[in-house]
Ligand binder design. Structure first.
Ligand SMILES: NC(=O)C1=CN([C@@H]2O[C@H](COP(=O)(O)OP(=O)(O)OC[C@H]3O[C@@H](n4cnc5c(N)ncnc54)[C@H](OP(=O)(O)O)[C@@H]3O)[C@@H](O)[C@H]2O)C=CC1
Ligand SMILES: O=C(CO)COP(=O)(O)O
Length: 331
C-alpha cells in the first residue's frame, strides 16, 4: 500500500463507529467518517462531537465527517460499523462507491436474519472478489473513546492484509491483533450477544452469580461447538473475539445485550426491554439457532433465548428446561 494516503474510512457514526474513528485518528491516520444523515454530519463538523451516540467525547481533529459516500473512494480501507442487519444494503451502496481493491472490514456483530448468512458471506456476495475482514473483540465504545486500554482482533484471509490493517489501526490505547480465521472471529462476535441476553436475564431475575458463571462456561461450550461445525478455528474462540468478548458482554450492564436480558428478567416485555437501543443478539438469535439446528449442534442456552424472544417460553420455563435436561458428560 506504499504511496497511498494513510486515510481510513468509517461507514456508520454511531457509538462504535465514532469510537473507532477516534482510535484510528489517534493511531496516526486521517479519517473520513461517513453517516447517512447530512444534518448529523454537519452537526459533528460544527460541534466536533457526536452528542447523540457518544456524549462527552471530543472528535479528533483528523476526522472529517461526511454524508457523501463518494468521499470514501480514495481511502486505504473502510470499516463498516452499521448494525448487522444493514450489512447487505450498506455493502451494496459501498460497492458502488469504492474501487474493488478497497478492503471492507466488518465491525458489526451478528448474522443476517433474513438469509441466515454470515456477514462476510453477505459482503462477498455483494462485492465478489473484493477483500473482506472482520474486527471484533471485547471493546465498549465508551472505553475505547475515553482512551482506556483495549485489545481486539482483526481477521482477513489474506494474512499480510490483516497484519497491515492491524498495524495501521493500533495506537497508544487500542491494540489490534491480526488473524486469518475470519469465520471464527465473526462467529464469536455474533453468538456472544445471544448468550449475553441469557446472562442478563439471570441477573435481572436475581438467580445469582453461580448461575451466571455456569451460563458463561456452558455458553462458551456452545460457541465452540458451533464454531467447529461452521469452520471456525477453536483456538480463535479462546481469544479476544470469542472468550474475551463473551466474558465482557456477559458481565456488564454496560452491554446493551446484557441490559436487555436484565430487563426481561425483571419482567419487561421484549419490546419494552429493548428501550429503542440496538440489541444485536435479539436480531441474531433466530438465525443462530436455525444454523445450529441445521447441523444438529446442541445449543440449549441459545435455544432458550430464542424461545423467550419468540414468546414461546417464559423465563421460568427456560430455566426449568435448562436445569432439567438429562444428566450428561461435560463437553
Ligand atoms: N457500541 C459498542 O460498544 C460496540 C458495538 N459494536 C457493534 O457495532 C455495530 C454498531 O453498533 P453501535 O455503533 O454501537 O450502534 P449505534 O446504535 O450507536 O449506531 C448505529 C449507527 O448505524 C447507523 N445506521 C443504522 N441503520 C442504518 C442504515 N440502514 N444505513 C446506514 N446507517 C445506518 C445509525 O445511523 P442513524 O443515526 O442515521 O440511525 C448509527 O450511526 C453493532 O453491530 C455492534 O454490535 C461492536 C463493538 C462495540
Ligand atoms: O460488543 C460489544 C462489546 O465488545 C458491545 O456490546 P453491546 O452491543 O451488548 O453493548
Amino acid at each position: 500500500m506504499a504511496g497511498q494516503a494513510p486515510t481510513i474510512g468509517i461507514a456508520g457514526a454511531g457509538a462504535w463507529g465514532t469510537a473507532l474513528a477516534n482510535a484510528a485518528a489517534n493511531a496516526g491516520n486521517d479519517v473520513v467518517l461517513w453517516m447517512r444523515s447530512p444534518e448529523h454530519a454537519a452537526a459533528l463538523a460544527a460541534t466536533r462531537a457526536n452528542e447523540r451516540f457518544l456524549p462527552g467525547v471530543a472528535l479528533h481533529e483528523r476526522i472529517r465527517p461526511t454524508a457523501a459516500l463518494a468521499d470514501l473512494a480514495g481511502v486505504r480501507a473502510v470499516l463498516l460499523v452499521t448494525p448487522a442487519q444493514t450489512t447487505r444494503e450498506m455493502s451494496a451502496a459501498l460497492a458502488g462507491a469504492l474501487p474493488r481493491a478497497t478492503p471492507l472490514v466488518l465491525c458489526a456483530k451478528g448474522i443476517e436474519r433474513a438469509s441466515g448468512s454470515f456477514l462476510c458471506d453477505v459482503v462477498e456476495e455483494v462485492r465478489p472478489g473484493a477483500p473482506v475482514g472482520v474486527l471484533s473483540g471485547p471493546s465498549f465504545a465508551d472505553d475505547v473513546a475515553r482512551g482506556l486500554p483495549t485489545a481486539v482482533t482483526l481477521a482477513c484471509r489474506d494474512a499480510a492484509l490483516a497484519q497491515d490493517l492491524a498495524t495501521a489501526l493500533s495506537g497508544p490505547t487500542l491494540r489490534v491483533y491480526h488473524r486469518g480465521d475470519v469465520r471464527g472471529v465473526e462467529i464469536g462476535g455474533a453468538a456472544k450477544n445471544v448468550l449475553a441476553i441469557a446472562c442478563g436475564a439471570v441477573a435481572g431475575r436475581g438467580l445469582g452469580e453461580s448461575a451466571k458463571a455456569a451460563l458463561i462456561a456452558r455458553g462458551f461450550a456452545e460457541l465452540l461447538r458451533f464454531a467447529r461445525a461452521y469452520g471456525g478455528d477453536p483456538e480463535t474462540l479462546m481469544g479476544l473475539s470469542g472468550l474475551g468478548d463473551l466474558v465482557l458482554t456477559c458481565s456488564s450492564a454496560h452491554s446493551r445485550n446484557f441490559a436487555f436480558g436484565q430487563r426481561l428478567g425483571q419482567g419487561m416485555s421484549v419490546a419494552e426491554a429493548a428501550g429503542g437501543k440496538l440489541v444485536e443478539g435479539a436480531a441474531t438469535a433466530s438465525a443462530l439457532v436455525a444454523l445450529a439446528r441445521a447441523k444438529t449442534i446442541d445449543m440449549p442456552i441459545a435455544e432458550a433465548v430464542e424461545q423467550i424472544l419468540s414468546g414461546a417460553w417464559s423465563l421460568d420455563q427456560a430455566v426449568d428446561a435448562l436445569m432439567n435436561r438429562p444428566v450428561k458428560s461435560e463437553q
